[in-house]
Write a protein that binds this ligand. Structure first.
Ligand code: SAH
Length: 282
């Protein structure tokens, strides 16, 4: 039996909708921020996060928020996407283009189901939306576990930013209404848990924990000369995709980091930066 209680390490605090944040990155038109706030409030969402908006605060935002000015007023602001999602256990990037990026792609419905399941498991979730002109850049998409694409007209697939927020907020609402008392099975980084959370014991790793692992992985790949003169970017992208898809929990991240530390140590010994380990006496 899956438990409704949050896994160890995830705080029991906020209710599932309060664990969902809508993150708008680099928004250019302040009116879209107001319209997004309104779209959120109509669907019962209230956590709006702004990453480096071009013009905000702004009267157009207030005008278009209409009765959702409280969502605007409670919004928080960060300079980078990484900071805005550092405590999240699932990060989903919404993209108008169905994709040339190496990232798993979900429908809005599937994305909403994963998001809700992660919040029920006690984890915070971010749905990330890009700039009106250029969307999310590849570095920003790299920070996401998966991409969500609204299957719009392939010849004209780019919705207005706030309209895209509305579609996702609606799907989240439908997902939560279909699950009585939010009783969906908890997820591991948005994937169904392999077993009851009380057996798995650990919540999915936070974004910050994963980024720490990725940074150590990059250093270790250099140290063991994995790239052999090739540029590291493509390999790093593939490793990121693989590990993000795996839905690692915090303990698994620690295990992998321990292995990397040993690989790094062996490389240091091989290059004479560290003395060889002493053989145990017979
Ligand atoms: N010209 C941009 C589109 C930006 S629209 C581009 O080609 O990428 C602003 C934001 O709305 C996008 O970054 C995305 O987060 C969201 N959005 C728009 N259309 C979408 C769609 N069909 N599916 C998912 N998200 C979409």
């Amino acid at each position: 039996m899956a438990s409704d209680s949050p896994p160890a390490g995830a705080s029991p605090g906020p209710s599932p909708p309060d664990r969902l944040r809508i993150v708008l990155v680099g928004t250019q038109h302040p009116g879209n921020i107001g319209s997004a706030a309104r779209a959120m409030k109509t669907m019962g969402l209230s956590r709006l996060v702004l990453v480096a908006p071009e013009r905000y605060p702004h009267p157009d935002a207030v005008a278009l928020a209409a009765g959702a000015v409280d969502v605007l007023e409670a919004s928080t602001r960060f300079e980078t996407l990484a900071e805005a999602v550092s405590d999240c256990r699932l990060v989903l990037g919404c993209t108008a283009r169905s994709r040339r990026i190496a990232l798993e792609e979900l429908s809005p419905r599937a994305g909403a189901a994963r998001a809700l399941a992660t919040t029920v498991g006690g984890g915070d979730v971010a749905l990330v939306f890009g700039r009106e002109r250029t969307g999310l850049d590849n570095d920003e998409l790299q920070l996401c576990h998966a991409a969500i694409h609204i299957p719009a007209n392939p010849d004209y697939s780019s919705l207005n930013l706030a309209a895209a927020v509305q579609v996702l907020a609606y799907e989240l609402r439908m997902a939560s209404l279909q699950e009585p008392a939010h009783g969906v099975a908890p997820c591991v980084a948005g994937r169904p848990a392999e077993g009851p959370t009380e057996v798995r014991g650990e919540p999915p790793a936070t974004h910050a924990e994963l980024e720490g692992f990725f940074s150590q992985l990059a250093d270790t790949l250099d140290a063991i000369d994995f790239h052999k003169g090739r540029t590291p970017a493509a390999a790093i992208r593939k490793f990121r995709r693989l590990f993000l898809r795996a839905g690692l929990d915090a303990r698994e991240v620690r295990l992998l980091r321990g292995m990397l530390a040993d690989a790094q140590r062996m490389a240091d010994i091989a290059h004479g930066r560290l003395p060889p380990p002493r053989k145990p006496a017979d």
